[in-house]
Design a protein around this ligand. Sequence first.
Ligand code: ADP
Ligand code: MG
Length: 727
Amino acid sequence: MGIHSSLTQSVHYLNSVGEKRAKAFSDIGIETIYDLLYYFPTRYLDRSTLIDSNKVFQYINNGYDGEVTIIGKVTAKDHVRYHKKQFFKVSFVDNEGTFDCVWFQGVKYFKNRFNPGEFYAISAKPSITKYGSLQFSHPDFDRIEEEESEEFKNTGKIIPFYRIPKELKSGKLGDIGMRNILRNAVEEYSQYLTETMPEKVVKEHNLMPIWEAVRNLHLPESHEKLKLARNRFKFEELFYIECLVALKKEIRSNKISGHQFKIKGNLVSNFYKSLPFQLTEAQLKVLSEIKVDMALPKPMNRLVQGDVGSGKTIVALIAMLIAIENGYQCAIMAPTEILASQHFKNITNMLKETGVRTELLLGGPKSKAKKKSLEEIGEGNVDIVIGTHAVLEDTVSFKNLGLAVIDEQHRFGVLQRSKLINKNISPDVLVMTATPIPRTLSMTVYGDLDLSLIDMLPANRKPIQTALRGENKLPDIYKFITDKIAEGYQSYIVYPLVEESEKLDLKAAEEQFAELKETYFKNYKVGLLHGRMKWQEKEDAMLRFAAKEFDILISTTVIEVGIDIPDANIILINDAHRFGLSQLHQLRGRVGRSDKKAYCILVTKEQFATKSNTMNFDFEYLSRAEIERHKSAIRLNSMVKTSSGFDLSEIDLKLRGPGNIFGTEQSGLPALMYSNLTEDQNILVDAKQAAFSLVEADPSMKLPDNKILKEILMRHYRENIILSQIG
Ligand code: ADP
Ligand code: MG
């Protein structure tokens, strides 16, 4: 197998690629003909959007205001200057009339292009000048050959465009030259390509064979074939990723041994009895899933996803009690010191009758006390270690870690999770997150974890009322906050803290604190909390707020994660347009934790706040550019409309757009080149099914048909395999 020898020749064997161009290709990583065949067009000129100049007038008169593509021949170019302004104008002619393109910037650059007689495809939004002529300003343009333009118009041939790196441009290679080089290469050499996926998979999923797919990406025979070719590459890429995921899962569950816990009962059932409430059905269901995992000899790798306030901590705590009853230690890790110390207090408090020993472990210098704690942990005198990332540090060694719980997973890199798992034989791992994992991510980045959902909130919760207001409404909001104090309400007032302007933001929070204390909140008790405070100071502020020593807590986003104070039922978020959607949802989750009605007030100085009620966003009808433009309006309106963390996460994914999917970078999975997880869900589902059934049937890839797969995994994905095996 491997690559056919004629493909491993240097590109300079191709017609029209001499030494010099070969060198330029080599500068961008293309050495061989094989490499070149995989240098695919970035876009295509598509006849379906092509129209003649006279049609453009009709379009405009009928109210169309989108882009059009038009092909014309250059008749003249002109550097126009009048008064202090200047612009560059190129005149074109097509079969039906004339039109102009104008540029107000970059005149110098355009001067050397557009020579009379050359053909260009122009794409832009057209306009009609006051003299009645057709004009495009700052259009996209592609040079094409006259014969290509004829062919294109008559046969519907699809013209490919390649990114031409500057190394090649300086060798005088333009669009046309590049297309010729690739056409030659494809016509002569694509026949030598060998299939890169198991035959069975190609057949079962009706995929276009590799040589035909490569050919059709460069020289599409039709739209249908182009689509099939693209889909083949998308499938292939996702298939290999899913093979990695399947292998990782396979190794975790069948090759690494874990602890087999007995579900005994005393400690756990006594704990149930001590709870002041009943667990929800959803909590019970997830617990039973966890118990099944814990009773098996293979290590648990489970992700518990439940919206903010759904009661994940209790579930984790019960799992820990099971491990402790079996004589093991447990660890629970939170992303911030505040949250870790809150967990420590709550857990210690809930377990005070049980004899279970807890210990808090935070980062920072190694004090005498800390050294002592580490010793106790090492000797097995601590049952539950509660901490931050510090628990992952190498200095912490457990006597017998049986279960590790990672709270608010989205804050942890996936590799950190691996680090922990590596630590001892292999503890059971329970990951908890309030950030819903969109389906595509649970199949990729988190694909090796089993998923449990806590899909209901405790019965006593009332929905949180969310409102979007302009900054001019702040005085009314302050009044609302103080009025509610009489009813026993406490409030958070949050200011953004975005890293690049951290100092400024901090100042804003401090100044607001000083000002509000003297004005609107003069007669009330106000606390301050921000990230620059020492953690004990932060904790002190939180504790005093929890003890109702403050009516109002002014804070930066340090309260974002996990903080649980039942009487705090109003949250005012300033400059809300500066927050991400999941962050807003997390912040909102700080309130609505009791049976009191809760309020989340989003404040922004952006225009849209005042007219928000009339806004309706439907992604299907928005272009990428429009989405970009209205991002913060969409985010804030979505917050008002829905309280479902899951819906918000899907919206978030769409807002981020393709190729920008959270978590993929640290996942140890390769970057996506052909597919994107927002658009190609269906292909992903197919590819996953293919990969998982293949790995299940042949985990060590010994079958002859899978030889190619093994080879490619080892050749291209070795690093990913190593990374994913750390876990
Ligand atoms: P999260 O899922 O956001 O981590 P927590 O575990 O912090 O939520 O729980 C939020 C609050 O709800 C806590 O005060 C907890 O004691 C309480 N709680 C948990 N489960 C229940 C339940 N079944 N009924 C009532 N309250 C519950
Ligand atoms: Mg929590």
